[in-house]
Design a protein around this ligand. Structure first.
Ligand SMILES: Cc1cc2nc3c(=O)[nH]c(=O)nc-3n(C[C@H](O)[C@H](O)[C@H](O)COP(=O)(O)OP(=O)(O)OC[C@H]3O[C@@H](n4cnc5c(N)ncnc54)[C@H](O)[C@@H]3O)c2cc1C
Length: 328
């Protein structure tokens, strides 16, 4: 049996959203614990460099992560290395956030910022060249592939839409799809077909990412599933869109979500579970970027502050933004 620790707010995950939420809750003098299973930074640690963080023309992912962490610690947030296994709302309205060491972090509010996990191909070379040719985010990394030949893997909406988007930068985009038709919506397919920079390789699966001997991707081994013919295609980039799973399995009760499993929130980032807030990549929204994650987190932290105030006053404060009040 582990120990029970008491906080005003517990934040699950120390990616951009978690660290930004911690800055704001700490600044609001709320006793804050940030539970992170790895090193603080989240997906920033898988991003070589960013050129879309406003105010920095180019910054390394780990460097931005370090700045976020140092800044958020300034206001008193406590970072704990722990893998959260469960977030449960008790009958008294408090939450128990339980770690795999069986420690319990008890708080009247929780912000879940556990991000999501892109589904991997699971082929040799994928991890080795991740960030060195292999990417899971077109909007983030597309600009690094100007006038280069790249491949996109997948056949759903994300793959087809992002392949079209990537032709802004790449000289040629091969779309690799294991079937002989796309699952993507017809309008996206038509747009792709009309794009002269795109060539679709049907009934084809990736087998291996290969490198140039200096650490960068230089090609991809492909197999035709009908003929079993294998060939290596020269390409310096590989964008993988075969699925993305929000890390919501730790929420131990029903919560409202969209068709893809992303968490639905109100305008204060509160989920359908009172006192449970969500921010960043696991939230249902148009796009997933560092800027949107920290925007969500700012709102969630201020939402928590107002929620706790209303709870302390008996739970009848009205949300000034009209999202239905803070009945607790
Ligand atoms: C390869 C790549 C490149 C990208 N490039 C850019 C870019 O150039 N510009 C840009 O704006 N965006 C970019 N993005 C997107 C951006 O990184 C994400 O939108 C952003 O990191 C989301 O922040 P987050 O805090 O919601 O989630 P994450 O960054 O995913 O952080 C979630 C954190 O929660 C932790 N966690 C998860 N489950 C648990 C648990 N059970 N217990 C404890 N901790 C847990 C994880 O370890 C992680 O640290 C990129 C993404 C990828 C994958």
């Amino acid at each position: 049996m582990g120990l029970t620790h008491t906080y005003d707010v517990v934040i699950v995950g120390a990616g951009p959203a978690g660290m930004c939420a911690a800055l704001y809750t700490g600044r609001s003098m709320l006793k804050t614990a940030v539970l992170e299973r790895g090193i603080p930074g989240g997906e920033l640690l898988n991003t070589e460099k960013l050129d879309d963080w406003i105010g920095e023309k180019s910054i390394l992912g780990w460097e931005l992560a370090k700045k976020f962490e140092e800044h958020s610690r300034e206001f008193g947030a406590e970072y704990v290395t722990a893998n959260v296994t469960r977030v449960t709302r008790r009958e008294d309205g408090m939450f128990d956030t339980v770690t795999d060491g069986d420690d319990v972090y008890r708080s009247p509010a929780v912000i879940v910022t556990a991000g999501g996990t892109p589904v991997k191909l699971g082929i040799p070379g994928e991890m080795e060249f991740s960030g060195k040719g292999v990417s899971y985010c077109a909007i983030c990394d597309g600009a690094f592939f100007k006038q280069q030949v790249i491949v996109v893997i997948g056949g759903g909406d994300a793959a087809v839409e992002e392949a079209d988007f990537l032709t802004r930068y790449a000289s040629k985009v091969y779309v690799i799809h294991r079937r002989d038709e796309f699952r993507a919506s017809r309008i996206l397919q038509e747009r792709l077909r009309a794009n002269p920079k795109v060539e679709v390789l049907w009934s084809t699966v990736p087998e291996e990412i290969v490198g140039d001997g200096q650490g960068l991707m230089s090609g991809i081994v492909l197999r035709n599933v009908k003929t079993d013919a294998v060939r290596t295609l020269d390409a310096t980039g590989c964008f993988v869109f075969v699925g993305f799973r929000p890390n919501t399995g730790i929420i131990d009760a029903h919560f409202d979500h969209d068709d893809m499993g992303y968490v639905l929130t109100d305008t204060t980032m509160q989920t359908s579970i009172k006192g449970l807030f969500a921010a960043g990549d696991l939230r249902s929204q148009l796009t997933r970027q560092v800027t949107t994650a920290v925007g969500d987190a700012t709102t969630a932290a201020i939402g928590v502050e107002k929620y706790l105030k209303a709870r302390a006053e008996g739970g009848h404060a009205i949300d000034p933004h009209g999202s239905g009040g803070y009945a607790v």
